[in-house]
Design a protein. Structure first.
Ligand code: ADP
Ligand code: X2W
Length: 259
């Protein structure tokens, strides 16, 4: 299937997504594109863990996930957040369906590093036909980043940026758009409108890109290396589309970018 656009909505702005964001998604559908949503929810997980007085720590940007934490992660991501987003899509007249890794065998995973990270997963398989079947009946899939274990009992917490990159690769998507709380990749408070893989790696090295921006650009690079044309990082507080243009940072492979 052509014209698939994977859009990752960060937990940093799910509660404050503008109406224009949803209008933009509808416009995409009307112009022949097929949006697929992957959502995060890190801040909401932090809030519930705090209320429950459960300590959690991050190792290289990934939440070390014990069994106790995993229950909270699933409750927040596949319960509260997926449903909140689906209601917003429905409110804007967009047919959407909330799904997680176990639905239709969407995403299988194995532990990334059981000893250090606990139940953080690494995706091993994506059921792309299940997604394209949903797209072919006009649905917008809203994906929670939890994958199922090969034994159909275990389940794993996966960074939502990583899931967006893997879903984009599995679907052979046109592009992946990371919607977050900043207008793009910033350097000295200015948006970098166009950049390339090697420049990005330099920005990570010199500290220009840090924290939550790292998994986004790394997922973007992974997708570009698997054949996708471009990845974008944009703000959820502004309209997604300016006419038919998307405003933010565009990341391309080296050679294409200098053309
Ligand atoms: N160079 C950069 N440009 C923009 N944001 C950056 C940069 N480096 C680090 N960041 C941080 O990345 C954050 C976005 O990541 P994150 O908080 O994980 O968002 P989300 O929940 O949308 O995934 C920004 O709010 C900002 O603090
Ligand atoms: C393994 C891991 O760190 N998983 C993330 C999943 C949610 C997420 O990625 O949310 P954002 O997009 O809002 O950051 C977590 O537990 O916070």
């Amino acid at each position: 299937m052509k014209n698939i656009i994977v859009i990752k909505c960060g937990g940093s702005m799910i509660d404050t997504l503008s109406d224009d964001f949803f209008i933009g998604i509808k416009k995409m559908q009307e112009t022949g594109f097929y949006p697929v949503i992957v959502h995060g929810g890190g801040p909401a997980i932090n809030d519930l863990l705090k209320d429950l007085q459960i300590q959690s720590e991050f190792v290289n940007g990934l939440r070390k996930t014990t069994h106790e934490i995993m229950e909270v992660v699933e409750m927040v991501l596949s319960g509260t957040i997926t449903n909140k987003l689906v209601r917003k899509f429905q409110k804007h007249g967009i047919s959407s369906i909330g799904i997680t890794g176990s639905d239709g065998g969407l995403m299988y995973a194995k532990p990334k590093d059981l000893e250090t990270l606990g139940l953080v997963g690494e995706i091993t398989r994506v059921n792309q036909k299940f997604l394209t079947d949903l797209l072919s009946i006009g649905m917008v899939p809203v994906i929670s980043p939890i994958a199922i274990g090969l034994n159909h009992e275990d389940y794993y917490n996966i960074n939502a940026d990583t899931v967006a990159g893997e879903i984009a690769v599995a679907l052979n998507a046109e592009k992946v758009i990371f919607v977050t709380d900043v207008p793009g990749v910033l350097k000295d408070n200015e948006i970098i409108e166009k950049t390339t893989e090697s420049e990005i790696l330099g920005f990570i090295d010199d500290g220009t890109i840090s924290g939550g921006m790292i998994p986004k650009v790394m997922a973007a690079i992974h997708s570009l290396n698997s054949g996708m044309k471009e990845a974008m990082i944009v703000s959820g507080h502004k309209p997604l589309l300016d006419g038919v243009q998307i405003k933010g940072t565009t990341i391309k492979k080296e050679l294409e970018a200098v053309k």
